[in-house]
Design a binder for this molecule. Structure first.
Ligand SMILES: Nc1ncnc2c1ncn2[C@@H]1O[C@H](COP(=O)(O)OP(=O)(O)OP(=O)(O)O)[C@@H](O)[C@H]1O
Length: 319
């Protein structure tokens, strides 16, 4: 069962460059959360801060009673064992075949016998659909397969928290759809807490239980998927609907002249809220909620056509 990750007032700077300030959010145990944000807003830095690879300048990260923002190296080493991480490129050792890559954390961090290791590696390879590819080298397989192998390696120590950095980078839409379904199925099976950093709006709209948006050195919003997908807050609505009109500019916040030039243009109405992807075997996830439940409980009327099975495609967003 996954564990809760509670982030309070987290601030990160590199020298005088502020990356983000006062980030406060809770990744609920066993739920899938997605972190979005324009390029360079510090999504990867946030992910690395969560496992203690980067030290925040202020704030706290509470996991299982330990504050990893301030704890000793020895405690950090222990807490890190709760995490599995899938880096953007899979971070495979090029000279090792997939079997040895996936077995690596078990050989490094456990005293398991080679036959126990074999059982675990083959089990995780099967989970990610890579049975039969054990003897391939990372350079001999596609980007999608490399990500799956990276995922198998992230799973071998049975993580309570799975951090995934841009799983869709370099993948075509079909492969992205497959890996998104895999995340949902995995979450149903292992019940870990997931945090996925992505640029892909379709992933953000259909995979997570919660969405966060980093923008302009702060956390603009974090909450249930339906809350953000029905939000008319300009930054959130602009980003989640891939619009040019709104406060986010090409490289930073728009200046007064740019905003004035847009004054006659309105953001189009919000598109319908898509159904969340469900596990392929039909078994519900522990965190799964009924479509529209958050809207009903909070008196929010979702855009017409929301939660319909065969929703039409929205520009830039495939259902
Ligand atoms: N180790 C580091 N030292 C100094 N600056 C860094 C370091 N790591 C990241 N940065 C800076 O922090 C900022 C945020 O980087 P980060 O990679 O987290 O952004 P991102 O939101 O993940 O971007 P993208 O979506 O393009 O991957 C960038 O300006 C980057 O140059």
């Amino acid at each position: 069962m996954g564990v809760e990750v509670k982030v309070e007032g987290l601030t990160k700077k590199f020298g005088s460059q502020l990356i983000w300030n006062d980030v406060t959010l809770t990744l609920p145990a066993g739920e899938i959360s997605v972190m979005l944000g324009p390029s360079g807003t510090g999504k990867s830095v946030f992910l690395k801060s969560l496992i203690g690879l980067l030290k925040p300048d202020a704030g706290h990260i509470h996991i299982e009673g330990v504050d990893i923002a301030t704890c000793k190296e020895k405690d950090l080493y222990e807490v890190r064992k709760l995490f599995g991480v899938l880096f953007q490129d899979g971070a495979m050792f090029g000279s090792m075949d997939l079997y040895d890559n996936v077995a690596f954390p078990l050989r490094e961090h456990t005293k398991k016998s080679e036959s126990e290791i074999r059982n675990i590696v083959m089990d995780k390879m099967e989970l990610v659909g890579l049975t039969g590819a054990e003897n391939k080298l990372p350079g001999e397989i596609s980007g999608g397969m490399r990500k799956r192998a990276g995922l198998a390696r992230a799973l071998v120590l049975d993580p309570e928290v799975l951090l995934i950095d841009e799983p869709d980078s370099g993948l075509d839409p079909v492969r992205t759809a497959y890996i998104n379904q895999l995340f949902i199925d995995l979450n149903a099976q292992i019940d870990a807490t997931f945090l996925i950093v992505t640029h892909d709006i379709n992933t953000a709209r259909t995979v997570p239980d919660n969405i966060g948006l980093l923008y302009h050195k702060h956390l603009a919003m974090f909450g249930p998927r339906e809350m953000l997908l029905t939000s008319t807050e300009p930054v959130v609505a602009q980003f989640l609907n891939a619009q040019r009109v709104g406060p986010i500019g090409m490289s930073e916040e728009k200046d007064a002249d740019e905003l004035a030039a847009e004054s006659g243009q309105e953001m189009p109405p919000l598109p319908p809220v898509a159904l969340q992807i469900e596990p392929s075997d039909g078994r519900p996830r522990r965190a799964q909620r009924e479509p529209g439940a958050w809207c009903r409980e909070n008196g929010v009327v979702p855009p017409e056509g929301s939660f319909e099975a065969d929703m039409p495609m929205t520009p830039g967003v495939s259902a």
